[in-house]
Design a protein around this ligand. Structure first.
Ligand code: ADP
Ligand code: MG
Length: 336
């Protein structure tokens, strides 16, 4: 995802509560912090991403529903996210109507989003699409509009089961209407390394999907859960929390992947304290440059930001005077 690469990424998993919306909002903020131009499209009638960005879903005259139905252009439905610095195409319950209307159409119904965002694609480095928890017409529209699909998932017993049908759907779409569609990566969310089953499932994932599994692991972190109630990405709620650091690390990993295509993946996912002790943090010069990954100057509003010269790291994640491994995975140690 170099700055010259334009990419539409659908966040999809037909399971609910796996961290799609949390990832959409916080990755949008983190990528913006690395100076990428980001659009977040809320494609879930629940409008959680919209509310999580501090935008009142009930007060919007133009939403993704209108865009899908061709009642307004993508640009007309976009609003700036004050705490985040990116653009949002909001959604609310109206989107359910749009889905029903799409289902009654016979031609082109799965191309609505793709066609609608075509004129604005060049205006953004990354367009994230937050999908509803089902493989419905809305998700299909996202997958047809997307270049890649990111799959947030919890490492629990049934996680792999749902994954199979999602992967089949992705393959079908790739083989038919959207040949460029790729798997951006599988993202382990709400991870608790003290949970044996989570570690087992995590290992299975790596075995099956190899380097498609992001090294970055999102820990279970209360700051991530409470940030939406403030209508802010976690970066603007508690930027030193492990949740904030994890999503910065994810953005860093995505950027680094693009900058170093073909770099072999590391053998071990860093998913425990043992794997990456804080004092073995990556040296600064191996990480993305501060200006690329740290939200210290541009992203955070001055009034909200912590002192500029402090490293973005929580006490748990790294000692304050250690290098900040911004694009290294944050070890998900004890949950907050
Ligand atoms: P989805 O969009 O897949 O349904 P959400 O992102 O809405 O999932 O997450 C489901 C719930 O879990 C939300 O209440 C959210 O705040 C919480 N949550 C998500 N990720 C984390 C995390 N890493 N740590 C703690 N809570 C989380
Ligand atoms: Mg959601």
């Amino acid at each position: 995802m170099g700055k010259d690469v334009k990419r539409v990424i659908a966040l999809a998993n037909q399971k609910g509560g796996v961290g799609k919306t949390t990832t959409a909002v916080n990755l949008a903020a983190s990528l913006t912090a690395t100076k990428r131009r980001v659009l977040l499209i809320d494609l879930d009638p629940q409008g959680n991403a919209t509310m999580g960005c501090g935008v009142d879903k009930h007060a919007q005259s133009r939403t993704s529903c209108d865009v899908l139905l061709g009642d307004c252009s993508a640009v007309e439905a976009m609003v700036p996210v004050e705490y985040g610095g990116f653009m949002l195409m909001p959604a609310n319950q109206d989107l359910t109507t749009a889905e029903v209307r799409l289902l009654t159409m016979t031609v082109g119904r799965e191309f609505k989003l793709r066609n609608a965002i075509a004129p604005v694609r060049e205006n953004f480095d990354v367009i994230l699409v937050d999908c509803p928890p089902s493989l419905n017409m809305l998700t299909l529209n996202a997958l047809v509009a997307a270049d890649s699909v990111m799959v947030p998932m919890q490492c629990e017993y049934y996680a792999l089961e749902g994954l199979t049908s999602l992967m089949q759907t992705v393959e079908q779409i790739k083989d038919s209407i959207n040949p460029v569609l790729e798997i951006e990566g599988l993202l382990r969310t709400m991870f608790d390394p003290r949970n044996n089953l989570a570690n087992e499932v995590s290992a299975q994932l790596s075995e099956h999907f190899g380097d498609k599994v992001f090294r970055t692991v999102i820990p279970r972190n209360v700051r991530l859960a409470e940030a939406p109630s403030f209508g802010r990405p976690v970066l603007f709620h508690d930027k030193e929390s492990r949740g904030a650091l994890a999503y910065l690390a994810l953005a860093g990993e995505m950027i680094r992947r693009d900058e170093l295509p073909g770099e072999p993946p590391p053998d071990e996912p860093v998913a425990s304290n043992e794997a990456a002790p804080p004092n073995e943090a990556a040296p600064q010069n191996e990480a993305a440059p501060q200006s690329e990954a740290a939200p210290q100057n541009e992203a955070a509003p001055q009034s909200e930001a912590a002192p500029q010269n402090e490293p973005v790291a929580s006490n748990e994640a790294a000692p304050p005077n250690e290098a900040v491994p911004l694009n290294e995975p944050v070890p998900p140690d004890a949950p907050v």
